[in-house]
Design a protein. Structure first.
Ligand code: KDO
Length: 336
């Protein structure tokens, strides 16, 4: 991702593109608002299924929803800039990607902060999120429509449990753990005790297969959908991040719609997120069994040790200096 652009500069560029050229999508097809979505997951991932089965049909009478998966339209981490520049209308983005431009989003990337799927929704719908949503608009020209549930991330390794049993962060010392390519992700890898390597999602299967990395972290539905289980031997159920995504749309495109269309787009995204969330939760419940059948050892490490070490790492880091006063406390209040 290009991070050399300043936050102000990026917004100015987005505004200039919108003012001078207008959006090709709306200019080209007046009776159909083109909504191209770029994301790196496959089309069988439940978030993609939700967008195809719920979002697309929900806006079909005025918008042409055109999803592109597997990073084929834009590479992982470049989607927000593409939206800001007027080259893309939608993406399924992450707090980690937003934190590259808006540091305070790192609070949603910190391990053991969100407790579960319902907690993510409560935070997204609470007033506490207003300043974050406003910052995404102001800095990137992005409207965040809904929060999607990705799931509980766990540590998934090539080593067998006999070769390397992961009970505490100390056991991950020197483990070459692939993490996605932004600083927020790399920090999480270090906080877990591992030696993180940045790598795009689309390269992970081959890296695991060839041994270029020892492992990766993702929720169980992703381990299955991306077939990482074929090239790994164990999963330590660390649950270190209850991970989310946001359904994001260009604010310029969104603002060009009628109020009724805007409401329909937002509702369709919320409905798709709910549909995907229920599917992901159900899959998380049943996939440990499937993975064991595939020969993987799936076990719970010392969760208290992981939680304590990871939380301390964040509170001592520069990340927590960017968290607005009172936000962590409010997030905690909204949990169980
Ligand atoms: C990944 O690259 O490991 C990750 O899980 C990061 C998430 O933010 C999200 O982008 C996800 O990939 C993709 O949607 C693929 O599932």
């Amino acid at each position: 991702m290009t991070t050399s652009l300043t936050r102000r500069g990026l917004f100015a560029t987005a505004a200039a593109v919108a003012m001078t050229a207008g959006f090709a999508s709306t200019a080209m097809a007046q009776d159909c608002i083109q909504l191209r979505l770029s994301a790196v997951q496959s089309e069988t991932d439940q978030r993609s299924v939700a967008m195809a089965e719920v979002f697309g049909p929900g806006v079909a009478d005025f918008a042409c929803f055109e999803p592109h998966y597997n990073g084929t339209l834009f590479a992982q981490g470049t989607e927000l800039e593409a939206i800001a520049r007027g080259n893309l209308e939608m993406s399924i983005t992450s707090a980690q990607e937003l934190a590259e431009y808006i540091p305070e989003f790192s609070i949603f990337t910190a391990g053991y902060v969100h407790q579960n799927a319902a907690h993510q929704v409560a935070v997204f719908n609470d007033d506490v999120f207003d300043s974050f949503a406003a910052a995404a608009r102001e800095t990137l020209g992005v409207e965040l429509l809904a929060v999607m549930y990705l799931g509980r991330r766990h540590v998934n390794l090539r080593q067998t449990r006999e070769e390397l049993e992961v009970m505490t962060p100390a056991d991950l010392e020197g483990v070459n753990l692939r993490m996605p390519g932004s600083e927020a992700w790399q920090f999480l890898g270090r906080a877990l005790g591992a030696a993180p390597t940045p790598m795009a999602f689309t390269e992970v299967y081959t890296a695991l297969q060839t041994g270029a990395v020892d492992g990766q972290d993702n929720p169980l539905p992703t381990v299955v959908d991306a077939r990482f289980y074929e090239v790994t031997n164990q999963i330590a159920l660390t649950s270190h991040l209850v991970d989310l995504n946001y359904v994001a749309i260009s604010a310029e495109v969104f603002d060009s719609m009628s109020e009724d269309q805007q409401e329909r787009v937002r509702q369709a995204a919320v409905d798709a997120a709910e549909f995907g969330r229920q599917r992901q939760l159900a899959m998380e419940e049943e996939l440990a069994g499937f993975l064991r059948e595939q020969g993987l050892e799936v076990y719970e490490p010392n969760l208290a040790a992981f939680r304590e070490t990871v939380q301390a790492a964040y509170l001592e880091s520069d990340f927590s200096d960017t968290w607005p006063e009172g936000v962590l406390e409010r997030i905690n209040e909204l949990g169980e």
